[in-house]
Write a protein that binds this ligand. Sequence first.
Ligand code: AMP
Ligand code: ZN
Length: 467
Amino acid sequence: MKVYNTLTRSKEEFKPLQPDNVRFYTCGPTVYNFAHIGNFRAYVFEDILRRTLRHAGYNVTQVMNLTDVDDKTIRMANEEKVPLKTFTQTYIDAFFKDAAALNIEPAEVYPAATDHVPEMITIIQSLLDKGLAYTADDGSVYFKVAAWPAYGRLARIDRSELVSGARVAQDEYAKEHVGDFALWKGWDDADGDVFWDAPWGRGRPGWHIECSAMSTKYLGNTFDIHTGGIDNLFPHHENEIAQTEGATGEEFVRYWMHCAHLQVNGTKMSKSLGNFYTLRDLIEQGWQGREIRYVLIGGQYRQPLNFTFAALEAARAALIRVDSFVDRLNELAANVVPGLLPLWAEEGSAAFDAAIFDDLNTPEALAALYGIIAKGNNAMQEGKLAAPEAAAVLDLLRRLDKVLGVIFFGRQTGVDIPAEVQQMADDRALARQNKNWGESDRLRDAIAAAGWEIRDSKEGQKLTPRS
Ligand code: AMP
Ligand code: ZN
């Protein structure tokens, strides 16, 4: 498997430190609002990475943090006059619900920043002890970039420009140099009752230190992969390296992987520009989670991707084609033991693997899937696909979909099911795949309220009208 390593700016053969377990860290959401689908481009890319690693035979230990304390979360919790934890919980719940709708596999650990402040204090203390950090008059602690020669290696920026006495912004007067960044922010009135007591004073951690503390706690001082959107590259990831390697004296991360932005009309989708859609906006408009996922994996992750409704329409059409292929195979292969794969399916499978193991080339992998569908439809048209072969092709699709996560298996044919009921059944199938039993039960009740009963069987879900 090859991945593009931002650190070396080249595609490299991927080799984990432990032969059978890949440890990777993903910068997670700041939970002050609903994530937009630009954010979800990053999380879906990371999900494809996780699934591809498993497809390659590795176990995966993935950690994704929840940033539940920063300027914005504190300000908004104060505005709403609720405790910080109460305020952020709403958006944490929403994040998991949206991730499930996009069929994102859960990470192994979701540490919250507010539960790991002692670990952050330990790292900061070690940096202070080593002379790599200093305290300022306002009780803040800064990393001293001038004392860390390797600074700028990931982002390829010239450290001398950062430390050569450039004027320090007025509101950050306490820093010695403009490039220095906060490890700890001294308490002030705006923080209210949000503070922790550290040996050097009262305050709260900076954003970058969170990721250093939570990644090394769960993955060790050195681990395999660290991911994020390209906007995280600098300063966030550069700072993570400096403070972690500064404290541990060991290499932090082997492979850095970054996805390009989701754009709208050529501009980054972002909250501050107001040009964003949340997942719930789109689902309210009648789009399925998997259609949105399909759009997000329609481009290779390092290429900018433009979000359009035309792309959503195209995703819907493409998935209908996949569904009807699966339906035909299901009919042909009902209760049949899988036989050998036809040659064209073997070739399609090899093309899929070649694409996905080449730095997660999802558009090429989807093209391989479409090749299989075209050949399979022809074979069925000509009556040349035997039942055991159809069953083998279905198994192959299941394997490929362990990576893609967009195909529904076990849909019913021959029953006229209203679209909204089918949609709920499809969502329920996804919820069950993700072991989200609460959501599964909720959907069962909603389906019942719409006059249908849903039962689970080995072949999948079965819908029957309630008498
Ligand atoms: P944030 O909550 O702003 O820290 O962002 C969470 C994740 O979403 C980070 O990995 C960002 O790099 C990523 N991200 C933000 N906007 C976009 C976008 N338009 N396209 C792709 N990724 C994004
Ligand atoms: Zn991070």
